[in-house]
Design a protein around this ligand. Structure first.
Ligand code: NAP
Length: 332
Protein backbone atom coordinates (compact mmCIF):
# COMPACT_ATOMS: atom_id res chain seq x y z
CA UNK A 1 0.00 0.00 0.00
CA UNK A 2 1.24 3.47 -0.91
CA UNK A 3 0.76 6.80 0.85
CA UNK A 4 1.62 10.40 0.05
CA UNK A 5 4.13 12.04 2.38
CA UNK A 6 5.69 15.50 2.66
CA UNK A 7 9.44 15.57 3.21
CA UNK A 8 11.91 18.34 4.00
CA UNK A 9 13.54 18.99 0.61
CA UNK A 10 16.08 21.55 1.84
CA UNK A 11 16.93 23.57 4.95
CA UNK A 12 15.43 27.09 4.59
CA UNK A 13 17.56 30.20 4.55
CA UNK A 14 15.39 32.79 6.29
CA UNK A 15 11.63 32.33 5.85
CA UNK A 16 10.73 28.86 4.49
CA UNK A 17 9.38 28.63 0.93
CA UNK A 18 7.38 25.91 -0.84
CA UNK A 19 10.67 24.72 -2.45
CA UNK A 20 11.84 23.56 0.98
CA UNK A 21 9.16 20.81 0.90
CA UNK A 22 8.47 17.91 -1.50
CA UNK A 23 5.50 15.54 -1.87
CA UNK A 24 6.48 11.92 -2.43
CA UNK A 25 4.90 8.48 -2.49
CA UNK A 26 6.02 6.02 0.16
CA UNK A 27 5.41 2.26 0.39
CA UNK A 28 3.85 1.45 3.78
CA UNK A 29 5.32 -1.49 5.74
CA UNK A 30 3.24 -4.57 6.72
CA UNK A 31 1.54 -4.19 10.11
CA UNK A 32 3.38 -6.02 12.90
CA UNK A 33 2.04 -7.05 16.33
CA UNK A 34 0.88 -3.87 18.23
CA UNK A 35 0.94 -1.72 15.07
CA UNK A 36 -1.90 0.51 13.83
CA UNK A 37 -2.80 1.64 10.32
CA UNK A 38 -3.95 5.24 10.65
CA UNK A 39 -5.72 7.65 8.31
CA UNK A 40 -4.63 11.24 9.04
CA UNK A 41 -7.53 13.63 9.77
CA UNK A 42 -6.04 16.85 11.19
CA UNK A 43 -2.40 17.92 11.01
CA UNK A 44 -0.90 20.58 13.27
CA UNK A 45 1.54 23.20 12.05
CA UNK A 46 3.40 25.02 14.82
CA UNK A 47 6.04 27.76 14.91
CA UNK A 48 8.58 25.48 16.69
CA UNK A 49 8.76 23.40 13.49
CA UNK A 50 10.77 26.22 11.92
CA UNK A 51 13.57 25.53 14.43
CA UNK A 52 13.50 21.82 13.55
CA UNK A 53 14.12 22.73 9.89
CA UNK A 54 17.58 24.02 10.89
CA UNK A 55 20.50 21.70 11.50
CA UNK A 56 20.93 22.95 15.06
CA UNK A 57 20.99 21.32 18.47
CA UNK A 58 17.85 22.17 20.44
CA UNK A 59 15.35 20.65 22.86
CA UNK A 60 13.98 18.60 19.97
CA UNK A 61 15.94 16.90 17.16
CA UNK A 62 16.14 18.57 13.72
CA UNK A 63 14.09 17.19 10.81
CA UNK A 64 16.26 15.25 8.35
CA UNK A 65 16.51 16.35 4.72
CA UNK A 66 14.65 13.82 2.54
CA UNK A 67 12.64 12.52 5.52
CA UNK A 68 9.00 13.36 6.32
CA UNK A 69 8.17 16.35 8.52
CA UNK A 70 6.68 15.18 11.80
CA UNK A 71 4.20 16.89 14.11
CA UNK A 72 0.96 16.59 16.03
CA UNK A 73 -1.61 14.59 14.05
CA UNK A 74 -5.17 13.49 14.85
CA UNK A 75 -5.94 10.26 12.99
CA UNK A 76 -8.55 7.50 12.66
CA UNK A 77 -7.62 3.85 13.25
CA UNK A 78 -8.23 1.94 10.00
CA UNK A 79 -6.72 -1.37 11.12
CA UNK A 80 -5.42 -2.47 14.51
CA UNK A 81 -3.01 -5.19 15.60
CA UNK A 82 -3.24 -3.90 19.19
CA UNK A 83 -5.70 -5.09 21.83
CA UNK A 84 -5.96 -1.50 23.11
CA UNK A 85 -7.34 0.03 19.88
CA UNK A 86 -10.14 -0.82 17.47
CA UNK A 87 -11.05 0.34 13.99
CA UNK A 88 -12.73 3.73 14.15
CA UNK A 89 -10.92 4.97 17.30
CA UNK A 90 -9.67 8.56 17.05
CA UNK A 91 -6.09 8.98 18.26
CA UNK A 92 -3.38 11.61 18.33
CA UNK A 93 0.38 11.55 18.45
CA UNK A 94 3.60 12.93 17.04
CA UNK A 95 3.40 11.39 13.56
CA UNK A 96 4.87 11.92 10.09
CA UNK A 97 3.18 14.11 7.49
CA UNK A 98 1.69 11.12 5.63
CA UNK A 99 -1.90 10.50 4.55
CA UNK A 100 -1.77 6.89 5.81
CA UNK A 101 0.60 5.97 8.60
CA UNK A 102 1.74 2.69 10.14
CA UNK A 103 2.64 3.45 13.76
CA UNK A 104 3.20 1.49 16.97
CA UNK A 105 0.17 1.69 19.27
CA UNK A 106 2.35 2.91 22.16
CA UNK A 107 3.13 6.09 20.17
CA UNK A 108 -0.47 7.39 20.13
CA UNK A 109 -3.27 7.99 22.61
CA UNK A 110 -7.04 7.85 22.24
CA UNK A 111 -8.92 11.12 22.35
CA UNK A 112 -12.46 11.81 23.46
CA UNK A 113 -14.13 13.71 20.61
CA UNK A 114 -17.32 14.12 22.69
CA UNK A 115 -15.74 16.86 24.88
CA UNK A 116 -14.68 19.03 21.95
CA UNK A 117 -14.01 18.73 18.19
CA UNK A 118 -11.14 16.29 17.48
CA UNK A 119 -8.95 19.09 16.06
CA UNK A 120 -9.06 20.91 19.45
CA UNK A 121 -6.62 18.27 20.73
CA UNK A 122 -4.01 20.00 18.55
CA UNK A 123 -5.01 23.37 20.03
CA UNK A 124 -6.74 24.32 23.24
CA UNK A 125 -6.82 20.73 24.58
CA UNK A 126 -3.31 19.99 23.32
CA UNK A 127 0.15 21.47 23.30
CA UNK A 128 -0.80 25.17 22.74
CA UNK A 129 -3.51 25.13 25.45
CA UNK A 130 -1.14 23.51 27.94
CA UNK A 131 1.55 26.05 27.03
CA UNK A 132 -0.85 28.90 27.80
CA UNK A 133 -2.03 27.32 31.06
CA UNK A 134 1.33 26.40 32.58
CA UNK A 135 3.24 29.40 31.25
CA UNK A 136 0.72 31.86 32.62
CA UNK A 137 -0.31 30.14 35.84
CA UNK A 138 2.98 28.59 36.90
CA UNK A 139 5.50 31.21 35.84
CA UNK A 140 3.65 34.54 35.99
CA UNK A 141 1.13 33.69 38.75
CA UNK A 142 -1.35 36.46 37.78
CA UNK A 143 -3.32 38.16 40.54
CA UNK A 144 -6.74 39.80 40.28
CA UNK A 145 -6.49 43.46 39.31
CA UNK A 146 -3.09 43.10 37.61
CA UNK A 147 -2.41 44.18 34.02
CA UNK A 148 -1.43 41.37 31.65
CA UNK A 149 -0.02 41.96 28.16
CA UNK A 150 0.03 39.10 25.63
CA UNK A 151 1.88 39.26 22.31
CA UNK A 152 0.92 36.93 19.47
CA UNK A 153 -2.45 37.36 21.15
CA UNK A 154 -4.69 36.09 18.33
CA UNK A 155 -2.75 32.84 17.86
CA UNK A 156 -3.31 29.37 19.31
CA UNK A 157 -1.48 30.09 22.58
CA UNK A 158 -2.34 33.79 22.85
CA UNK A 159 -6.15 33.55 22.77
CA UNK A 160 -6.02 31.01 25.60
CA UNK A 161 -3.55 33.05 27.68
CA UNK A 162 -5.76 36.15 27.50
CA UNK A 163 -8.90 34.28 28.51
CA UNK A 164 -7.21 32.52 31.44
CA UNK A 165 -5.89 35.88 32.60
CA UNK A 166 -9.46 37.24 32.47
CA UNK A 167 -10.67 34.23 34.50
CA UNK A 168 -8.03 35.24 37.11
CA UNK A 169 -9.56 38.74 37.26
CA UNK A 170 -6.82 40.59 35.36
CA UNK A 171 -7.00 43.43 32.86
CA UNK A 172 -5.76 42.03 29.54
CA UNK A 173 -4.18 43.77 26.55
CA UNK A 174 -3.49 41.74 23.40
CA UNK A 175 -1.03 42.60 20.63
CA UNK A 176 -1.72 41.19 17.15
CA UNK A 177 -1.23 42.01 13.47
CA UNK A 178 -4.64 43.02 12.05
CA UNK A 179 -7.66 45.10 13.12
CA UNK A 180 -9.91 42.05 12.56
CA UNK A 181 -7.81 40.07 15.03
CA UNK A 182 -7.97 42.91 17.58
CA UNK A 183 -11.76 43.16 17.21
CA UNK A 184 -12.10 39.39 17.66
CA UNK A 185 -9.92 39.47 20.80
CA UNK A 186 -12.14 42.14 22.35
CA UNK A 187 -15.56 40.99 21.12
CA UNK A 188 -15.26 37.19 21.29
CA UNK A 189 -12.46 36.51 23.75
CA UNK A 190 -13.09 39.27 26.30
CA UNK A 191 -9.74 41.09 26.05
CA UNK A 192 -10.00 44.62 27.45
CA UNK A 193 -7.79 46.33 24.87
CA UNK A 194 -5.76 45.49 21.80
CA UNK A 195 -2.88 46.96 19.80
CA UNK A 196 -2.36 46.30 16.09
CA UNK A 197 1.45 46.29 15.99
CA UNK A 198 1.50 46.70 12.22
CA UNK A 199 -0.41 49.99 12.18
CA UNK A 200 0.71 51.49 15.52
CA UNK A 201 3.60 53.92 14.96
CA UNK A 202 4.86 53.91 18.57
CA UNK A 203 4.02 50.63 20.36
CA UNK A 204 5.89 51.67 23.52
CA UNK A 205 3.76 54.80 23.76
CA UNK A 206 0.54 52.85 23.02
CA UNK A 207 1.31 50.44 25.88
CA UNK A 208 2.16 53.33 28.21
CA UNK A 209 -1.27 54.83 27.49
CA UNK A 210 -3.15 51.55 27.97
CA UNK A 211 -1.14 50.53 31.06
CA UNK A 212 -0.70 53.72 33.12
CA UNK A 213 0.41 51.68 36.16
CA UNK A 214 2.81 49.53 34.14
CA UNK A 215 2.69 45.92 32.92
CA UNK A 216 2.52 43.38 35.75
CA UNK A 217 2.61 40.26 33.58
CA UNK A 218 3.98 39.90 30.06
CA UNK A 219 3.35 36.64 28.18
CA UNK A 220 5.85 36.87 25.34
CA UNK A 221 5.02 34.87 22.21
CA UNK A 222 6.99 36.96 19.70
CA UNK A 223 10.12 38.71 21.02
CA UNK A 224 11.87 41.39 18.95
CA UNK A 225 10.76 45.02 18.83
CA UNK A 226 7.29 44.26 20.26
CA UNK A 227 8.83 42.82 23.41
CA UNK A 228 11.27 45.73 23.69
CA UNK A 229 8.23 48.03 23.72
CA UNK A 230 6.35 45.99 26.34
CA UNK A 231 9.35 45.50 28.63
CA UNK A 232 10.06 49.24 28.48
CA UNK A 233 6.73 49.61 30.36
CA UNK A 234 7.32 46.82 32.86
CA UNK A 235 6.16 47.34 36.47
CA UNK A 236 8.04 46.64 39.69
CA UNK A 237 7.89 42.92 40.63
CA UNK A 238 6.48 42.00 37.20
CA UNK A 239 6.75 38.49 35.77
CA UNK A 240 7.60 37.70 32.15
CA UNK A 241 6.93 34.24 30.65
CA UNK A 242 9.25 33.75 27.66
CA UNK A 243 7.14 31.42 25.57
CA UNK A 244 8.10 32.14 21.96
CA UNK A 245 10.24 34.42 19.81
CA UNK A 246 8.56 34.01 16.42
CA UNK A 247 9.78 37.44 15.26
CA UNK A 248 13.30 35.99 15.32
CA UNK A 249 12.80 32.44 14.02
CA UNK A 250 13.65 33.33 10.41
CA UNK A 251 16.54 35.67 11.29
CA UNK A 252 19.84 34.72 9.72
CA UNK A 253 21.73 36.96 12.18
CA UNK A 254 21.00 37.57 15.85
CA UNK A 255 19.51 41.09 16.02
CA UNK A 256 20.54 43.20 19.02
CA UNK A 257 17.71 45.13 20.68
CA UNK A 258 17.85 47.72 23.45
CA UNK A 259 19.56 46.40 26.56
CA UNK A 260 16.70 46.09 29.03
CA UNK A 261 18.41 44.15 31.80
CA UNK A 262 19.01 47.26 34.00
CA UNK A 263 15.25 47.83 34.03
CA UNK A 264 14.59 44.18 34.94
CA UNK A 265 17.16 44.44 37.71
CA UNK A 266 16.07 47.72 39.26
CA UNK A 267 12.38 46.75 39.12
CA UNK A 268 12.93 43.22 40.53
CA UNK A 269 11.36 41.58 37.48
CA UNK A 270 11.29 37.81 36.96
CA UNK A 271 11.80 36.65 33.35
CA UNK A 272 11.70 32.92 32.74
CA UNK A 273 11.84 30.85 29.59
CA UNK A 274 10.03 27.53 29.47
CA UNK A 275 9.18 24.61 27.21
CA UNK A 276 5.74 23.08 27.71
CA UNK A 277 7.24 19.59 28.01
CA UNK A 278 8.83 20.75 31.30
CA UNK A 279 5.30 20.24 32.67
CA UNK A 280 4.68 16.78 31.14
CA UNK A 281 4.00 15.15 34.51
CA UNK A 282 1.25 17.75 35.14
CA UNK A 283 -0.46 17.54 31.71
CA UNK A 284 -3.50 15.66 33.11
CA UNK A 285 -4.09 18.53 35.56
CA UNK A 286 -3.82 21.08 32.74
CA UNK A 287 -6.17 19.18 30.39
CA UNK A 288 -8.70 18.71 33.18
CA UNK A 289 -8.72 22.42 34.04
CA UNK A 290 -8.91 23.54 30.39
CA UNK A 291 -11.74 21.06 29.67
CA UNK A 292 -13.61 22.25 32.75
CA UNK A 293 -13.37 25.91 31.67
CA UNK A 294 -14.51 24.96 28.13
CA UNK A 295 -17.50 23.02 29.49
CA UNK A 296 -18.38 25.93 31.79
CA UNK A 297 -18.35 28.28 28.79
CA UNK A 298 -15.43 30.31 30.24
CA UNK A 299 -12.92 29.39 27.52
CA UNK A 300 -13.56 29.71 23.80
CA UNK A 301 -11.34 28.76 20.93
CA UNK A 302 -10.97 29.39 17.21
CA UNK A 303 -9.12 27.70 14.39
CA UNK A 304 -7.97 28.40 10.86
CA UNK A 305 -8.46 25.11 9.00
CA UNK A 306 -6.88 24.77 5.56
CA UNK A 307 -8.39 21.97 3.46
CA UNK A 308 -6.21 19.32 1.81
CA UNK A 309 -3.07 17.43 2.82
CA UNK A 310 -1.01 19.27 0.17
CA UNK A 311 -1.72 22.56 2.01
CA UNK A 312 0.62 21.61 4.88
CA UNK A 313 3.68 23.57 3.65
CA UNK A 314 1.54 26.66 2.91
CA UNK A 315 -0.03 26.39 6.36
CA UNK A 316 3.37 26.26 8.08
CA UNK A 317 4.72 29.17 6.03
CA UNK A 318 1.47 31.06 6.74
CA UNK A 319 2.23 31.16 10.48
CA UNK A 320 5.04 33.64 9.76
CA UNK A 321 2.70 35.87 7.74
CA UNK A 322 -0.12 35.92 10.29
CA UNK A 323 -2.50 33.98 7.99
CA UNK A 324 -4.04 32.20 10.98
CA UNK A 325 -6.41 33.31 13.70
CA UNK A 326 -6.31 30.86 16.58
CA UNK A 327 -4.85 27.44 15.82
CA UNK A 328 -3.61 26.71 12.30
CA UNK A 329 -4.66 23.19 11.30
CA UNK A 330 -4.79 21.27 8.01
CA UNK A 331 -7.70 18.90 7.42
CA UNK A 332 -6.74 16.09 5.06
P1 NAP B 1 0.31 31.24 16.49
O1 NAP B 1 0.35 32.45 17.36
O2 NAP B 1 -0.98 30.52 16.33
O3 NAP B 1 0.85 31.61 15.02
C1 NAP B 1 1.86 32.48 14.84
C2 NAP B 1 1.39 33.97 14.87
O4 NAP B 1 2.51 34.77 15.18
C3 NAP B 1 0.92 34.46 13.51
O5 NAP B 1 -0.45 34.22 13.27
C4 NAP B 1 1.24 35.96 13.55
O6 NAP B 1 0.11 36.68 14.00
C5 NAP B 1 2.35 36.06 14.62
N1 NAP B 1 3.61 36.46 14.00
C6 NAP B 1 4.25 35.87 12.96
N2 NAP B 1 5.39 36.51 12.68
C7 NAP B 1 5.47 37.54 13.57
C8 NAP B 1 6.41 38.58 13.80
N3 NAP B 1 7.53 38.70 13.05
N4 NAP B 1 6.18 39.47 14.79
C9 NAP B 1 5.07 39.36 15.56
N5 NAP B 1 4.13 38.40 15.40
C10 NAP B 1 4.34 37.51 14.42
O7 NAP B 1 1.36 30.24 17.06
P2 NAP B 1 1.29 29.53 18.49
O8 NAP B 1 1.29 28.07 18.27
O9 NAP B 1 0.21 30.16 19.30
O10 NAP B 1 2.69 29.93 19.13
C11 NAP B 1 2.91 31.25 19.61
C12 NAP B 1 4.35 31.36 20.11
O11 NAP B 1 4.51 30.47 21.22
C13 NAP B 1 5.39 30.96 19.09
O12 NAP B 1 6.51 31.80 19.22
C14 NAP B 1 5.74 29.54 19.47
O13 NAP B 1 7.04 29.18 19.06
C15 NAP B 1 5.60 29.61 20.98
N6 NAP B 1 5.30 28.34 21.63
C16 NAP B 1 6.13 27.97 22.65
C17 NAP B 1 5.89 26.81 23.34
C18 NAP B 1 6.77 26.46 24.49
O14 NAP B 1 6.75 25.30 24.95
N7 NAP B 1 7.57 27.40 24.99
C19 NAP B 1 4.81 25.99 22.98
C20 NAP B 1 3.96 26.41 21.93
C21 NAP B 1 4.22 27.59 21.27
P3 NAP B 1 -0.04 38.29 13.74
O15 NAP B 1 -1.07 38.45 12.67
O16 NAP B 1 -0.45 38.80 15.07
O17 NAP B 1 1.32 38.78 13.28
Amino acid sequence: MNSKQIVLASRPKGTPTSEDFRIENVELPELKEDDLLLQGMYYSVDPYMRGRMNDAKSYVAPFKVGQPIEGGVVAKVVESKSVDFKTGDIVMGALPWQQQIVAPAKGVKKIDASIAPASYYLGILGMPGLTAYFGLMDITKPKAGETVVVSGAAGAVGVVVGQIAKIQGCRVIGIAGTDDKINLLKETFGFDEGINYKTTADIKQAIAQLCPNGVDVYFDNVGGAISDAVISNINFHARIALCGQIALYNSTEVPMGPRLQPMLLTRSVLMQGFIVSNYQSRFPEGIQQLAQWITAGKLKFTETILQGFEQLPAALIGLFKGVNTGKMVVEA
